[in-house]
Design a protein around this ligand. Structure first.
Ligand code: MRU
Length: 329
């Protein structure tokens, strides 16, 4: 299943804001629609927004073939739709580099990225599943955060792709999906994907993770990334850092799974990365219902930085990088 694709001259996505209640396909045929989908998290997850950005450039190249300034404006707005995951700017830049060759070449580049992300997911799943076999006891009990499955990529996934591969091998013990406040990517989306995969799982509130680890109920934490810096600092969904601290304290492996398209050697460290601030509304209530006193303000960083020294290993589609043994990104 591809969760984002180019179909009949438009971008098609599964609308992730409607899950798990409704599985709706959205057709995006303008740049503004692509930007709105990225910003509302109708399409989300680092590789998926990279592909969405590239396909958005393909749309822009067709729509503004005779207007260089409108095209440049569209590309700039796509690139800036969300700041933290390196994949978005990369996907946009990669497709935009083909503009001199014409709109069909831009589309071909975007579709090549789409295909590459799907291939990368398969490779990561295998490498990651092999690795967990080495790092963990048989039938490991895993905790994962946010949504890192097919919805966040094109197909398969990053960390959740590894979980699915272990399940296919009959080598998975249990899965805890932390709910991932405020937008519940874990409770809504990971739970939806695990249900479809037939994987036995439970959800837990985000704060339960370190306690479950301390109680010996988890064998490893496995997460994705939105950007991995040159020094190994890993930017991922808010709440990841707390799980990494819990894993460190409990002596558990903390495994990051991400394609090479998420590795950013041009950014030295996590302190150099802009962390998206998504504003109060997502935190003071949910789905239109206020859960705090009227007038309450919130702080809402969408991501956090897990320092490299808390990361045991990074698995990409090409490499297994043992940060705990001094290997370098
Ligand atoms: O704000 P989101 O839902 O786009 O954040 C997504 C994450 O943080 C994922 O964990 C990350 O993109 C890696 S999954 C491919």
């Amino acid at each position: 299943m591809r969760t984002i694709d180019w179909v009949d001259d438009a971008v098609e996505i599964i609308d992730q804001t409607a899950l798990p209640d409704r599985t709706t396909v959205l057709r995006l045929s303008t740049v503004d629609e692509v930007i709105a989908a990225i910003q509302s998290l109708a399409v989300r997850g680092a590789p998926a927004i990279g592909v969405a950005g590239a396909l958005g450039v393909a749309l822009a190249a067709r729509l503004h073939a005779d207007d260089g300034s409108a095209l440049a404006d569209a590309i700039g707005r796509l690139r800036a739709a969300r700041p933290t995951a390196v994949n978005l700017a990369r996907g946009v830049d990669r497709a935009a580099a083909r503009i001199p060759d014409g709109a069909p070449a831009v589309l071909a580049e975007a579709v090549a990225l789409l295909d590459e992300e799907q291939t990368a997911a398969t490779a990561m799943a295998r490498l990651g599943a092999d690795l967990l076999g080495e790092l963990c006891p048989p039938q490991p009990r895993l905790l994962t955060h946010c949504n890192t499955g097919a919805l966040a990529t094109v197909a398969g996934g990053t960390a959740l792709g590894v979980v699915a591969e272990l399940h296919r091998r009959g080598a998975l013990g249990a899965v805890i999906a932390s709910e991932t406040r405020p937008l519940l990517q874990g409770a809504r989306l990971t739970a939806w994907e695990l249900t479809r995969l037939g994987v036995d799982f439970r959800v837990a509130v985000d704060g339960a993770g370190p306690f479950l680890m301390a109680r010996g109920l988890i064998d490893a934490v496995i997460v994705g990334a939105d950007r991995i810096c040159a020094n190994g600092d890993t930017i991922n969904k808010i709440g990841t850092y707390a799980h990494a601290l819990g894993a460190h304290r409990a002596g558990l492996p903390f495994v990051v799974v991400a394609p090479e398209s998420t590795v950013d050697r041009d950014t030295a460290a996590g302190t150099d990365v802009e962390i998206e601030d998504r504003g109060s509304a997502e935190v003071v209530g949910f789905a239109g219902t206020r859960s705090t006193p009227a007038g309450t303000e919130a702080v809402n960083p969408a991501f956090d930085v897990t320092p490299a020294d808390l990361v045991t290993v990074v698995v990409t589609d090409r490499r297994v990088i043992r940060l705990d043994r001094g290997e370098r990104i």
